[in-house]
Each structure stands twice: as structure tokens, then as C-alpha cells.
Design a protein around this ligand. Structure first.
Ligand SMILES: [Zn+2]
Ligand SMILES: [Zn+2]
Length: 289
């Protein structure tokens, strides 16, 4: 809850006039307790999980196969509308329960690490720099946790739920055992714990992380995807290969970038697969000439 309830009080505390965004934040948050602001995470997550994969699902279900097949990474595998719905409702239930519980019990930690709710709001540059740190931390810790989940015990008891979809779709991105949803909260929250931010940046971080997870599970490879411009970004093709190989996969553990798999030599299967496909295409093109 903010220590000032009026614009005049906030401007006196800051020593300057409020920006439009700051005035809107003051109006919204002045009387909302901090733990309720933090619990907005659950609603934001559910809204993003419901809406962000929807255009992808409608594209797959309503567009003729002749249009979708060239863009699908595994064109032979198609989910029925019933399978999409089952995936959505099963995953939304697990998310609501686990993230809801986690948001309630982790609030003291959020306060302790210094996530702030007051004014001033962060600048765009500050939020972008913090987000870049969070992505790097998420990628590194997520890589090692994912590798551990591919040990025999980790896979059979926890991670196999996420690999139920060997050809993933956007709605399958957070589809996982409840324990995995909790465990993967660690790399997502470690960045903000190391470099504390404003709560609006924390919300934005969870939105960005969630949309990124949906994109890499989309099973679609759009030629003009702007993420292709991000250096070392893995993307849908990189993670789709991990799902295609399944439980035996010892390749492509990173969730964001490609450098951890390169550094630790866990991209060899993927590189071999890509080289084999390229070779096959060359042979086919030569045979058609
Ligand atoms: Zn995996
Ligand atoms: Zn996955």
C-alpha cells in the first residue's frame, strides 16, 4: 500500500509532478494491500495462458491443412478440438492451484528481497535491463533443472507429464506435473531476487516468460517471426526437437537461448538432425533436376 493517498502527497514526496502512468498507478494501487498486488500474478498468468495460445489454436483448427502444414514443425501430428480443450482445462486447474498457493506463501520472500510497489515507476530502460538479466538467469538455471528432470527418477515421477505432447502446441507450454510447475518457479523468481524490481516489472516479466514458453511450444515455424532477430534465441524449432525425441532426449534443454546447450555439448543430436535434413533436401533437389 502506498504511503500517500493523494496526487499532491505523492508529488510532494517525489519532488516533481507525476507522469500519466504514475498518476494511474497511484489511483489503482493506493488502497490495495501489497499482498493483493502480488497475487495479481495468478490472474495475469491465467489470462495470458487463456488468450495468448488462442490465435495459434484457431489457426491450427480452422485453417485448411494445405496452409498450416508448411508451417507445422510436425505436420503429421494434429490435435482434435477435444484434445485442445482437455489440455487447456487440465493445465489451467494445475496452474491455478500451484501458482495460487505459491503466490500466497511466497509473499514474505517477495517483501524480503525488495520488490517495491510504490513510486516512482521504473523507466522503460530500467525494466528492459532487469528483464535481460532475468532471461539470462532463467535460461541458465532452467537448463540445469531441466537436465535433472531428465534423469530416470525425475522423468518418470515428474517430467513425463510435460512430455505427454511429443508434438507440442501453445496450450501445452505450462502442461506439467504440479511439482514441475513449482520447481520451475525457482529460475523465474531467482532473477528478480538478485536484481529486485518494481511489481509492475515483475508482472511484465511473468507475462514475457509465459509468452516465450507458449511461442517455443507452438509447433509452428513462422518465417517472419521477430524472435529470429534475437541473438542465440532457441525458438519453436529448437524446443520442438526436444519434445519430438521425448523422454530419451539428452538434447536442447534450454528454454530461451541456445548457448548453454552449445557450451555443455547437449545440442549434438539436434545439430546432427538438422544436418541430416539438409542433406536429404539436397539429395531430393538433385534427383529432381
Ligand atoms: Zn524435457
Ligand atoms: Zn517443453
Amino acid at each position: 500500500m502506498l504511503p500517500y493517498a493523494t496526487t499532491a502527497g505523492a508529488e510532494a514526496a517525489l519532488g516533481r509532478a507525476l507522469t500519466g502512468a504514475e498518476a494511474a498507478w497511484l489511483r489503482y494501487s493506493a488502497s490495495v494491500p501489497d499482498h493483493l498486488l502480488y497475487c495479481h500474478n495468478v490472474a495475469i498468468l491465467l489470462v495470458i495462458y487463456t488468450l495468448a495460445p488462442l490465435p495459434l489454436a484457431l489457426f491450427e483448427l480452422l485453417t485448411p491443412r494445405a496452409v498450416t502444414s508448411p508451417l507445422k514443425l510436425q505436420p503429421r501430428t494434429r490435435l482434435s478440438p477435444a484434445a485442445f480443450l482437455r489440455c487447456y482445462f487440465d493445465t489451467a486447474r494445475v496452474l491455478l492451484l500451484t501458482v495460487g498457493m505459491l503466490s500466497i506463501v511466497s509473499f514474505p520472500v517477495v517483501k524480503m528481497v525488495g520488490i517495491r510497489t510504490g513510486l516512482p515507476l521504473p523507466s522503460l530502460g530500467e525494466a528492459a535491463a532487469q528483464m535481460a538479466v532475468y532471461l539470462l538467469v532463467e535460461d541458465y538455471l532452467g537448463y540445469w533443472i531441466h537436465r535433472l528432470l531428465h534423469t530416470k527418477w525425475g522423468y518418470e515421477n515428474i517430467h513425463r507429464v510435460h512430455h505427454e505432447f511429443s508434438a507440442p502446441v501453445g496450450y501445452a507450454a505450462p502442461c506439467a506435473h504440479w511439482a514441475e510447475v513449482l520447481i520451475l518457479g525457482v529460475p523465474s523468481f531467482t532473477g528478480p531476487a538478485i536484481v529486485p524490481c518494481h511489481i509492475t516489472t515483475l508482472w511484465l516479466w511473468f507475462v514475457v516468460r509465459h509468452i516465450e514458453a507458449i511461442e517455443i511450444h507452438s509447433g509452428l515455424d513462422f518465417p517472419f517471426n521477430p524472435t529470429r532477430l534475437i541473438p542465440f534465441y532457441g525458438g519453436a524449432e529448437f524446443h520442438d526437437y526436444h519434445h519430438r525425441v521425448g523422454g530419451q532426449s539428452q538434447s536442447n534443454f534450454s528454454s530461451v537461448f541456445t548457448f548453454c546447450d552449445y557450451l555443455y555439448g547437449t545440442d549434438k543430436g539436434y545439430k546432427y538432425h538438422k544436418a541430416s535434413i539438409a542433406k536429404l533436401k539436397t539429395v531430393l533437389q538433385r534427383s529432381l533436376v
